[in-house]
Design a protein. Sequence first.
Length: 178
Amino acid sequence: MLIKNPRWREIIIAVRDNLIGPLLLIVFSLVLFLFKKEPIFYYLGIGFILFGLAVLVASIIIFFDDMGRISLEYKKREKWLKRLKLYKEEGIKDSPFLSKVKEIIAAQLNTPPDRISSESKLKEDLGADSLDMVGIVMATEEGLGIEIPTELESILQTPLDIAVYIENQLAKTGNLKR
């Protein structure tokens, strides 16, 4: 894709999804309105312009709601990434959920659990392919009752990454039991 920054990419998608349609409707309506020779086109043009403006106002409201959601998602993601960096910088190699995540990965990859360390790269070190990654994410979601967004699957590269994400999510919902 031309735009590398995922935040800008989501903003452009929100503009495309929410604003382009109503603007095209208004342009089409103006073209109809300009054909004043036939009264039907004149009245259709006025009707479509009013309808297009109403849809545009609704779309702008939805657009700003999407921008707030995107901003909130990025704040959450940045907070999680900072916490993960802190875990790695302080040399913390354990999380309350790390052993459970290792068990899930071992079961999905048919690998002995002692071969999996907290810093093992799922794809490079353990040989997981994209189908294995989907299985790991689904088994983790099912086993721990948490949802992992699709856009984070590429960031979660080690068992520690997954465990820290789970701990962060459960701490937010108040379900974290240490």
